[in-house]
Design a protein around this ligand. Structure first.
Ligand SMILES: [Zn+2]
Length: 376
């Protein structure tokens, strides 16, 4: 039996209640599905579990990452102010980033939830804090991007750095963590690592190995792009070859994780092919590489798969391997009887070979260009 590890799950119904637009792929309701699934398993009554209620971030807390002009524009758009030029801040009613009533409050609350996660782990009372509503890694200093209004990972990291912490950020979302990379591109206090589907095939188009930081931050932005249809085995191999050595060398005081689930094989927007088998290896491995962990959510558009993976992950944060059979009353909601994926998708060997060869070339390039900055 594994010793339970204290891990907080940050939740309130307000984090899951907003709708960006009826047909928008980002559905905050998926957080409710994850919470309900965990509650059905009785996870919150387990030793070491803690449910924590978030508070909204303040405007001042956003300022290290976002401009005052942008924050004010979000506040005004939230009220339906038609004098604001929405397009200037990359908002568009029919596009990725629609302004909607309650947008400002929702973005402040999910960002405040990430700040609470940072404060909980800094206090030493909690080893791991999981804000699944966060991880909105595309938002930029002056504009919304990729369904993200405020960049809560960057705000939480800036909060930690301001308190003297060395922070590593590992992003396993299918999309490149471009906004977090941009926020700390010139800093050696923050190591950002993003593993994602190549920008040649997927939004936001960036995330090549050669984007490795500037000035003092050289070698502190790490990108591992992978080809569409990369499977568990190639992903796990490339992860193991790069992430643990870099984290061990950088020795962060706090590790911030972006746990988007759109690299899952059922995801309708991206093309990586991970199953719960890969998540069951990668997440526990990451948790073993730092003493304090802030875990955030991220993308994920097959909402039942997202709920299953986040439920499994919170279990692993507590040192619990949840039973595979989903409690019967909930099986219809999730469309499956089991928490873990069945047999992974099958591919032609030539696809597997092509993707492994590509991954090997990326790993070689990271070892040549980034490893030397860390004495590796
Ligand atoms: Zn994503």
């Amino acid at each position: 039996m594994t010793t339970p590890v204290a891990a907080a799950f940050i939740y309130s119904p307000e984090l899951a209640g907003h709708v960006l637009r009826e047909d928008h792929p980002l559905r905050p309701h998926r957080l409710r599905l994850a919470y309900d699934l965990l509650a059905a398993y009785g996870v919150f009554e387990q030793p070491g579990a803690l449910l924590a209620v978030p508070r909204p971030a303040t405007t001042e807390e956003l300022l290290p990452v976002h401009s005052a002009e942008y924050i004010e524009a979000v506040r005004l758009l939230n009220r339906g102010d038609e004098h604001v030029n929405a397009a200037r801040y990359n908002f568009n009613a029919l596009g990725d980033n629609p302004p909607y009533p309650g947008m400002f409050e929702a973005a402040l609350l999910s960002t405040g939830a990430s700040l609470l996660a940072a404060d909980l782990v800094m206090s030493g009372d909690v080893r791991i804090a999981f804000n699944a509503s966060g991880g909105l890694h595309h938002a930029m200093r002056d504009r919304a991007s990729g369904f993200c209004v405020f960049n809560d990972p960057a705000v939480a990291i800036a909060h930690l750095v301001a308190r003297g912490q060395r922070v590593a950020y590992v992003d396993v979302d299918a999309h490149h963590g471009d906004g977090v990379q941009a926020a700390f591109y010139g800093s050696d206090q923050v190591l950002t690592i993003s593993i994602h589907e190549s920008g040649r095939y997927l939004f936001p188009g960036s995330g090549e190995v050669r984007e490795s930081g500037e000035s003092a931050g050289r070698g502190h932005s790490v990108n591992l792009p992978l080809l569409p249809y990369t499977d568990d085995d190639t992903y796990m191999w490339a992860f193991e070859a790069t992430v643990p050595p870099l984290l061990e060398a950088f020795a962060p005081q706090v590790l911030v994780l972006q746990l988007g689930v759109d690299a899952h094989y059922l995801d309708p927007l991206a093309h990586l092919q991970l199953t719960t088998r890969a998540y069951s290896v990668i997440l526990p491995r990451l948790l073993g590489l730092a003493s304090k962990v802030v875990a955030l959510g991220g993308g994920g558009y097959d909402i039942a798969a997202v709920a299953r993976v986040w439920a499994l992950e919170y279990g692993w944060m507590l040192g619990i391997d949840l039973p595979d059979e989903i409690p019967e009353a909930y099986q219809d909601t999730y469309g499956v009887k089991a928490l873990r994926d069945p047999q992974p998708p099958q591919f032609d060997p030539s696809v597997i070979d092509r993707n492994l060869t590509y991954a090997e070339a990326q790993v070689t390039a990271i070892k040549a260009t980034v490893f030397p900055f860390h004495g590796l």
